[in-house]
Design a protein around this ligand. Sequence first.
Ligand code: TPP
Length: 406
Amino acid sequence: MKHFMRFSKISKAFQEVPSQYVYQINPIKNFEPIKQFRVIDLEGNLVAKEYNNIPKEILNQIFDLMISIEEMDNLLYMSQRQGKISFYMTSFGETATTVGTTAALQPQDFIFPQYREQGSFMWRGFTIEQIVNQCIGNHLDGGKGRQMPVHYGSKDLNIVTVSSPLTTQVPQASGAGYGFRVNGENKIAATWFGEGAASEGDFHSAMNFAQTLKCQTLFLCRNNHYAISTPTDDQFRGDTIAGKAPAYGMRTLKIDGNDLLAVYNGVKYAREQIIKNKEPFFIEFITYRIGDHSTSDHSVLYRSQEEIDSWKSGNNPINRLGLFLKKQGLRQFNDDHDNQIRKDVRNRVIAALKHGSEQQSPSIQDLFTDVYDEVLPHLQEQYTQLREHLTKYKDQYPINKFKGGL
Ligand SMILES: Cc1ncc(C[n+]2csc(CCOP(=O)(O)OP(=O)(O)O)c2C)c(N)n1
């Protein structure tokens, strides 16, 4: 009887699947490409008036942060060349997709970043000094020097720590968004990833999970045209990444990622939809990585300088927002003011590098005591062995370099 009931339920559900029939073989490969949402054009003109709704103070705060990040990135990139830090990743050309998105979220929303989202961290208050200490890996680093540079995280700011294996953050954001929906919270999980990361299996599992289980998750794809040296033509087929979302039954938007007003409005709308409908939302930002992938890359080996320059001068989020603010009379354009912001950032980065490099490394003891709630016997044994070794050969090791010594 039980089996029969189950069977009849399934067959009823099957009959209810809406189907249409055709009587010729007619495969579908392409559909109408999704158009990019745009509010300001390349010259900073307003082309969608109803979205000119961000308060002047916020726009100016966003612009200040975008130029600050550009300056900080410049200096930290160079400081790697000088051996002051071992690695760095810039976000030149992509700050609208990080600062603009985070400004449109709520502080209680959880952020699951990839690694190029220093703009999100800084909008929430992560400081230049925190960035530098993490990159140096000294004892002031919240991650206790256990991660590569640029792997920031902040419990206080609701930002989950960056992790190196690509796309792991995306299913994590589906899971968090599931929890928020189940608990009835006014909170979403927003996750950033590149178009390259969207080739990982984790991306597809996360999308399917999020839509079928109605997770309060916002997927934010930064399509910056390259995954290290792999251009988009070698990465995917079909209507870019945004086109994949409707196949999972998910609402999607494709946004001009160098247009701050489009980014902000799109994310604000998406967040409202997530909370209202209790289901995920997908956004793809079309943008361009102006800088090298990282300090371990030399991108003119796989793309031309002309191509880089055409985006840098012709379609750059800072220039476009600057032109818009000027044309709308929303910012007092004064070279002295902007130069002062850049100068202050430079001074802070230089001071933070000096201060950070004078700090001790994280404690040796923490390696053993900060793994589990209690120190397990095998870790205690390893710690004892290391202490004996370091005590015996103390002249060979810079023990004073470590917080707390032995
Ligand atoms: C699982 C995994 N595979 C490969 C890598 C090496 N890797 C690091 S970044 C990267 C490219 C990612 O490109 P994309 O997602 O488009 O982001 P972008 O760097 O352009 O912002 C690759 C292949 C990795 N970290 N993890």
